[in-house]
Design a protein around this ligand. Structure first.
Ligand code: ATP
Ligand code: MG
Length: 290
């Protein structure tokens, strides 16, 4: 069984969503995106890695924040999904449907990507003034809450200041989101550090269920985070991305960005699959069950 014949109610680049009233079935597929394209080729086990890694973090972080997970057990699948049990096992999450905040809660422990670009322009990230002398991949003096808007499909997320976050969700919610984001990051980064991984930055999505703020979506996966190997970290250099490096390198060498991206060679697909599995195994300290 390589897929599921029910039509999703919504589809992201990577995940399929089925609306079950007050619940959602979130299914992480093996799709991969690079340079804003969803590629033709799938990465074996990628969806299972995303789901199981999220599950690991939700459990580890549960003393800081409640989360949306109801079950990842096939016994709890609604009847219409039972025929697809084999495909869904390990890659789905049955979750509580939340009223999502329209803010991506990004936290940065290190300076790179759009954060570095903003710093180079005016010394700030999301309105936060930073010390002089920081460079590519510098560790920040303290982790920063650097929220962004959630772009519609095809759009680009835009970094926003804390004040703009207050305008969007109100002062109390903005403060809660910031405090939870920083607390969750701190605990996760401590855990990852013990496993030899730096979480350079990551994105959380929170929502409200029954008046309570909960952590939703996926958490601390290679798709929502920059993971770096602590052993090879060097300030001043772009760190290799843990997961998609083989894909990006190969596309850079074999695709001029006109038209759709070409098919990936088998060894690039295999190596990328191994990278995702390695991320899971390093972070959880357990072997990945295919
Ligand atoms: P992409 O990640 O491909 O850029 P996306 O974030 O829109 O796009 P997915 O991540 O595939 O797509 O889909 C997850 C969607 O489900 C997101 O819009 C997310 O906000 C939403 N979501 C996650 N958890 C919940 C929840 N518990 N209740 C309601 N919506 C949720
Ligand atoms: Mg998403």
């Amino acid at each position: 069984m390589s897929g599921i014949e029910l039509k999703p109610d919504a589809q992201g680049k990577v995940r399929d969503l089925y609306d079950l009233g007050d619940k959602l079935l979130l299914v992480a597929t093996d799709r991969i995106s690079a340079f804003d394209y969803v590629l033709e080729d799938e990465i074996p086990y990628k969806g299972k890695v995303l789901t199981q890694l999220s599950r690991f973090w939700f459990d580890l972080l549960a003393d800081i924040v409640d989360n949306h997970v109801i079950s990842t057990d096939v016994a709890d699948l609604p009847d219409e999904f039972k025929p697809y049990e084999e495909y869904l096992d390990g890659r789905f999450m049955l979750v509580r449907k939340a009223q999502m905040y329209p803010v991506e809660c990004i936290v940065r422990g290190y300076l790179t990507g759009s954060g570095l670009a903003s710093y180079r322009k005016n010394g700030t990230v999301c309105g936060i003034q930073l010390p002089e002398g920081l460079t590519e991949s510098s560790k920040l003096p303290t982790a920063l809450f650097t929220p962004s808007t959630k772009a519609e499909i095809g759009g680009h997320d835009e970094n926003i200041s804390f004040d703009t976050t207050v305008d969007l969700v109100g002062e109390q919610a903005a403060t809660t989101l910031r405090d939870l984001t920083l607390a969750v990051y701190e605990k996760a980064a401590d855990h990852a550090a013990q496993q030899g991984i730096i979480i350079a930055d990551t994105k959380f999505e929170f929502g409200v269920v029954d008046g309570k703020v909960i952590l939703a979506d996926e958490v601390l996966t290679p798709d929502s985070s920059r993971f770096w190997a602590a052993a090879t970290y060097r300030e001043g250099e772009v760190q290799p991305s843990f997961d998609k490096q083989f894909v990006r390198n190969w596309l850079n060498a074999n695709w001029d960005r006109s038209g759709n991206p070409p098919h990936l060679p088998e060894d690039v697909v295999q190596k990328t699959s191994e990278k995702y599995i390695q991320a899971y195994e390093l972070i959880t300290g357990t072997s990945f069950q295919k």
